[in-house]
Write a protein that binds this ligand. Structure first.
Ligand code: A3S
Length: 147
């Protein structure tokens, strides 16, 4: 899994069109979303993650919690983003991983939103620009190597 973490004044998105034949079903309300004072986490779930999705979920939550505590963010935006890797996991595995990360972060006490999966979306982001505002992390299940 590849993650790009941006500590932001806000992140807002608007669904434009479907990018998969069967995108995640969403309500009218989910077509737009915004969070202020947020740690935006853009995530590409990768093929290697398919060998142990549960382990990747836990490792991702640990990394996100670590960055959130460093930048003092208690809101997280989970953003499916298929542009951080050339070895993407299948959509059904990727969606499950992202849904589980959302759920686990909520259990850890964060306010969490997740952008809809399988769509083209317009988004606006205001990066805070401090030294820890732009970070990336790579997570692989044990036994896999980073390519
Ligand atoms: N392995 C994967 N990891 C993360 N997201 C993935 C994925 N496979 C599919 N998606 C989702 O389907 C849209 C089309 O690839 C993706 N859409 C996007 O990435 C938008 N930024 C528009 O390009 C994403 O929602």
């Amino acid at each position: 899994m590849r993650m790009l973490l941006i500590h932001s004044d806000y992140l807002e998105y608007e669904v434009k069109d479907r990018a998969l034949k069967n995108p995640e079903p969403i309500s009218e309300e989910q077509k737009k979303g915004r969070l202020d004072e947020v740690l935006a986490v853009f995530m590409s779930v990768e093929k290697a993650d398919e060998t142990n999705p549960d382990e990747v979920v836990e490792k991702a939550v640990i990394e996100i919690k670590d960055v959130a505590s460093q930048v003092k963010a208690d809101r997280i935006f989970v953003y499916p983003f298929a542009h951080l890797s050339s070895e993407l996991a299948k959509p059904d595995v990727a969606l499950k991983v992202l849904q589980r990360i959302e759920e686990r972060l909520r259990q850890e006490g964060f306010e969490v939103k997740r952008a809809p999966f399988g769509y083209y979306k317009a988004f606006r982001l205001s990066c805070k620009g401090h030294p820890l505002a732009e970070l990336s992390r790579t997570i692989v299940p044990s036994g896999e190597t980073v390519s």
